[in-house]
Design a binder for this molecule. Structure first.
Ligand code: AHR
Length: 501
């Protein structure tokens, strides 16, 4: 028997909705086919954007979307993607699969997508191969309402009013594909480039994100912050609102990461243990950030995370197309619980990537679309968005094998504005059910709603069987005394409970 103790009177801070964010790159079939099929497609669309995908993402309550990359961002020249489509430059996407990039999806199309989704826009700028002028003009093009060369150009291209750019990333992975820079060199570039991300709306509404570390590269964090904070940050007020962190859960070595669907219990525990590493990463990077930003004003933006396996056999290795099983669902559930618990520092997270690439919530094949187990986790967890994190802790044993041990159950708890308490739990055992007693400080659970996702560890949805794994209603709980709920969590499952007094 495991015990979850909740102090519903102790609120620990807001869970920013952006923690439930996503990422879309010009990579494989994410943008083209997955999101954008063109206006002349037989697949139902609005301005070329797939209506089935938009409806599913709205139902999941997507809060923010990052674009155009990824590594693609530091090779992307935004002026190639504006104006009449027939005159847009055609080129090869050398980074991802060597396929034709016709630039038919550019700034206007991305902003339209965000408007259709009702989500915030996170644009990632080009530092690796772009100039300060290019980045500065992009911001002017998108956000300036007055008379200027770029604002006039936007109007000429059919958009009268400026858009709202919520987040702007100054480069991507500049320690690697974004220019192979040292932290000191990038830190100086960051200071310079961010200066020209002008606040045209006059309300400081663009959140500026500095390129942070890969995984456990604490040297990068320390030295980028040392460089950017050198020489009195006060006069650079608003110079940095976020620092990114990239962490992928990769079970094997890079050359053989492992299959997305064919794995054993050892791979299962190894993968989940690697997912838990996120907790250590956030704590350690945050400790370094505390030296420069003790009030935690700068968010740690985990703007790329998720499982990275071998591509599906027979698919283009440069497309990073992989299937998605209950193992991915557990990784998503564990990671989101970790982000929730670190909501004082983690202010955004973007799973990689939205459709058809890495740990996607949606897969498409022609006109067909399926929702992955990861999709259902995001839909079940959506109640945490903008809720208050509650103090909770679990008395629980570890499970696993000799080499790889993980807590048997993952949890986080929040209270939404209407007073509902949201509990999300994951049973990490692929074979054993788990008895759980949930004890509140004072709350008397009167009304409970529940939904569950469960299946064998390799269970997944295919285009022939799109509903093999699906969210089900959960009613197998009992209220034992005034403030305690008892339930049995099936093996390999993710659960959401909504509890009202
Ligand atoms: O998500 C795929 C790639 O992973 C991104 O382009 C890059 O930023 C990271 O290395």
């Amino acid at each position: 028997m495991a015990k979850l103790i909740i102090n519903e009177q102790k609120k620990l801070g807001k869970i920013h909705e952006e923690i439930y964010g996503h990422f879309s790159e010009h990579l494989g079939r994410c943008i083209y086919e997955g999101l954008y099929v063109g206006e002349n497609s037989e697949i139902p669309n609005v301005n070329g954007i797939r209506s089935d995908v938009v409806a599913a993402l709205k139902d999941m309550k997507i809060p923010v979307l990052r674009w155009p990359g990824g590594c693609f961002a530091d090779e992307y020249h935004w002026k190639d993607g504006i104006g009449p489509k027939e005159t847009r430059k055609k080129m090869i996407n050398t980074h991802w699969g060597g396929v034709l990039e016709d630039n038919s999806f550019g700034t206007h199309e991305f902003m339209d997508l965000c408007e259709q989704l009702g989500c915030k826009a996170y644009i990632n700028g080009n530092v690796g191969s772009g100039t300060v002028q290019e980045m500065s003009e992009w911001v002017e093009y998108m956000t300036f309402d007055g008379v200027s060369p770029m604002a006039d150009l936007r109007r000429k291209n059919g958009r009268e009013k400026p858009w709202k750019v919520d987040y702007f990333g100054v480069g991507n992975e500049n320690w690697g594909c974004g220019g192979n820079m040292t932290p000191e060199y990038y830190g100086n570039l960051y200071r310079r480039y961010q200066t020209y991300i002008r606040d045209y709306a006059g309300n400081g509404s663009i959140t500026k994100i500095c390129c942070g570390p890969n995984s456990a590269d604490y040297h990068w964090t320390e030295n980028v912050l040392k460089t950017t904070f050198d020489h009195t940050p006060e006069h650079l007020h608003g110079f940095m609102d976020g620092l990114s962190l990239h962490y992928y859960t990769v079970p094997g070595p890079w050359e053989h990461k492992g299959s997305a669907t064919e794995f054993d219990e050892n791979d299962w525990f190894l993968t989940l243990k690697k997912a838990y590493f996120l907790d250590e990463l956030i704590r350690k990077h945050s400790t370094i950030m505390d030296q420069y930003d003790p009030e935690k004003k700068i968010g740690l933006m985990v703007d790329e995370w998720g499982c990275w396996f071998d591509v599906e056999p027979g698919t283009n290795p440069g497309f990073l197309y992989q299937q998605n099983t209950m193992r991915d669902a557990l990784v998503a559930g564990i990671s989101l619980n970790i982000f929730n618990k670190h909501c004082d520092r983690v202010k955004m997270a973007n799973i990689a990537q939205l459709v058809n690439v890495l740990q996607s919530v949606i897969l498409t094949e022609g006109a067909k679309m399926l929702l992955t187990p990861t999709y259902y986790v995001f839909r079940m967890y959506k109640y945490h968005q903008n809720a208050q994190l509650l103090d909770s802790s679990m008395e629980i044993a570890e499970i696993g094998n000799e080499e790889h041990k993980v807590p048997a159950v993952s949890e986080s708890v929040s209270m939404s504005e209407d007073g509902t308490i949201h509990i999300t739990l994951g049973n990490l055992s692929p074979s054993e059910e788990q008895e759980i007693e949930i004890q509140f400080y004072e709350q008397k659970p009167a009304q409970i709603t529940g939904s569950i996702l469960t299946g064998s560890m390799t269970a997944h949805n295919t285009f022939d069987q799109p509903d093999a794994v699906n969210e089900q209603e959960f009613t197998a709980y009992s209220v034992t005394d005034q403030n305690t709920i008892k339930l049995t969590l099936p093996p390999c499952s993710v659960l959401h409970l909504g509890v009202n007094a």
